[in-house]
Ligand binder design. Structure first.
Ligand SMILES: [Fe+2]
Ligand SMILES: [Fe+2]
Length: 244
């Protein structure tokens, strides 16, 4: 994708873990309006619905229609619970939400590439593809998400890109969660994919509700945990504001 050379920073409002339920009609409507006033683009970092039900996606889609700037999103693990993530994506896409995945997108010269990601652990604790077939399949899922991210990032020719995830690429932003569940909060494979690209200026993710806001990839790219439960205590609002 070619993009015009634009040097002005783009303001991104990022929020993860909305966990919309059937009875939360209108809960995020005012927030979409507020984020539209505060930012040039809104990014949703997964767990958009609580159980991945089409009815929950309809509730969120209705609120997302209140946005007056582009809304981009990745799904989270909760959006898979009912087994119809494609339906959730379609409903949101019909409301104008750009679902990231194999397809990256460009907004005002800034690239956005995103995937859900997967579990697997970090650094030396990363699970390897060894032994039982079930372990190999599990690790393959993690590697496949990292490959999809890498392919989406490679498709962008922008000077500045934001990587959007649900699972964390680094352990720093899950700090605060019980140590025992770190391997289920993300995967270093995602950080390795991001670190191959000089134009990635930041990574946003969600999932670790009790994690920490800020971290860095091994190459030093800033990583922000934008789960609303992490952002709100830090900033007094449910979304993070980033200049890319
Ligand atoms: Fe969540
Ligand atoms: Fe999650």
């Amino acid at each position: 994708m070619n993009a015009p050379t634009i040097t002005e920073p783009l303001t991104v409002a990022a929020i993860g873990d909305l966990h919309v339920t059937e009875d939360s009609q209108g809960r995020y409507r005012a927030l979409f309006e507020e984020m539209s006033d505060a930012a040039d683009v809104i990014v949703l970092c997964g767990d958009l619905t609580n159980f991945g039900k089409a009815s929950e996606a309809e509730v969120l889609a209705e609120d997302a229609r209140a946005a007056s700037v582009p809304v981009l999103a990745v799904l989270g693990n909760h959006d898979y619970e009912c087994g119809c993530p494609d339906r959730v994506e379609t409903i949101l896409a019909e409301a104008g939400v750009r679902m990231l995945g194999e397809q990256a997108t460009v907004v005002e010269g800034v690239g956005f590439a995103g995937v859900k990601g997967f579990v697997g652990g970090f650094g030396r604790g990363e699970l390897g593809a060894f032994g039982e077939q079930a372990i190999k399949a599990f690790v393959e899922e993690s590697s496949e998400e990292a490959r999809k991210l890498e392919n989406a990032l490679r498709s962008l020719r922008t000077e500045r890109t934001l990587a959007v995830l649900h699972y964390s690429p680094v352990p720093e932003t899950v700090l605060g969660e019980p140590l025992e569940i770190y391997p289920f909060l993300g995967s270093s494979r995602l950080a390795h994919a991001v670190d191959r690209f000089d134009n990635v200026k930041a990574v946003v993710h969600g999932h670790a509700h009790r994690g920490s806001y800020e971290g860095r990839t091994p190459r030093g790219i800033p990583v922000y945990n934008c789960a609303q439960f992490v952002v709100e205590p830090a900033f007094g609002r449910k979304y993070a504001l980033l200049e890319i």
